[in-house]
Each structure stands twice: as structure tokens, then as C-alpha cells.
Design a protein around this ligand. Sequence first.
Ligand SMILES: [Zn+2]
Length: 246
Amino acid sequence: MPRDPEKLRAKQARSRARRREKISAYNHAHYLSHIEEIRLANRERYLANQDDRLDRAAAYRATHPEEIRISKATHRLANLDEYRAKAKAKWAADPVKSKTLNAARYQRNRPAILLMAAIKRASQPAKVRARQQRYRANHPERNAYDHELRKARKNGATIIDFCPAQWEEMLLACHGQCVYCGRDDLPLTKDHLTPYARGGNHTLWNILPACVSCNCKKKDGPPLCPVQPLLLTIANPRRPRKKRVA
Ligand SMILES: [Zn+2]
């Protein structure tokens, strides 16, 4: 009996599809009726091959560091909130350990971190300026300190390392009294034993607490009476911070 080959092929295809459906339905029914056994068997196989699987994973990680890095970073970006919450919880659980780890990480990546910070600063100059202004407004003592350093630089001092902590100690050591007249009811100023005009420096051994009156009287002249620098302080001198280049 002559047959149309096209029709024949279509019929065969339909038949194959029906068979596949039947098999898959049978498999599914079998799966459902033996689900516990199958799960148990799968679990056993999983456990039996665990070492193998871990070895393979470790080998992959060792040979594909770049892929792992990208995959981790992608996952992190996609789940940023979750990562942050986790980090916060970890930090709260052991702040001391977290601080130590953070400090170590900072030391390891310092150049990169500083570079990132500089890039960020450069990209938002208005924000940086506003923050600086806020800081200035809240720290008048810092303004006074900076002013002192500027004055010392302007006057050609070569050593500029006198710091607020040293001044505090000096005031304690002289009981808040002027080294020349002994008065303690006037605000004390930093008198430069050798004035800037004669090449004096802004450093511990050239500074004494003198009242405004005595400091005005002395001006650029010699000390009003023989005095010795108060070398009693233990605070470390501090180098003025270099101006940041934005
Ligand atoms: Zn005085």
C-alpha cells in the first residue's frame, strides 16, 4: 500500500510523543509512590560522595580564583542589604574582635583605601567643604591650634611641633601662673622664649606660659627675668598635619 512519507513521519512522531508521555507519567507515578526510598537513596549517595565533591570544589576554587571572586562580588551586590545586616550582627556580637580584624584589614589595604577615599572626596567637593565647615564650627580649639601653626610657619619657625597636650601639662606644671609675674588671674599665653623674630621655634623648650600683660611687655625682647623652659611635659610633640590635596 503506497504511503505518503510525510504523513508517515508525522504519525511516527505523534506515536513517539505519546510513548514519551506515557513513560514520563509512569516515571512520575513511580517517583511519587517511592518518594521516601528515592530520597533516602539520594541522600546516601550524597553523603557517600561528600569527600569527592568537596575535593572537586576545592580544586575548582584553587584553579579559578578570578571566577570565584567575580561570583562572590556579584552575589554580594545582589544581596547587599543582607550582607550589611549580617556584618552588623557580627560586629555587635564581638566588637573587640571586629575592631582588631578591621584594623588589620585597613593596614593590609591602606593604599587602596586611601585612594578610594581621595576619589570619593574629589567627586563631592561641596559635601567635603560642608563637613570641614561643620568640624571647624564644632572644634574652636582646633581652629586656634591651626592658627598657631600657621603663625609659626609664617614667622619662619623651623621646628613646629608644640601640641595642645603639652600646653595642658605646662599649665598644670606652673599652676596656672605667669612665669614672669606669678599672677594667675590673667589668661595665659604661649610666650616664645626666643621670639620668632630672632629665629625662635614653636616647640616645647622655647615656650613658657606668660600672662597677656607680660607677653606684651616682653614682645621680641629678652625674657623679663631669668626663666627656664618647663621641660616637665611628657606628651609627645605632634607634627602638624599636612594639608590634604583634594
Ligand atoms: Zn605676667
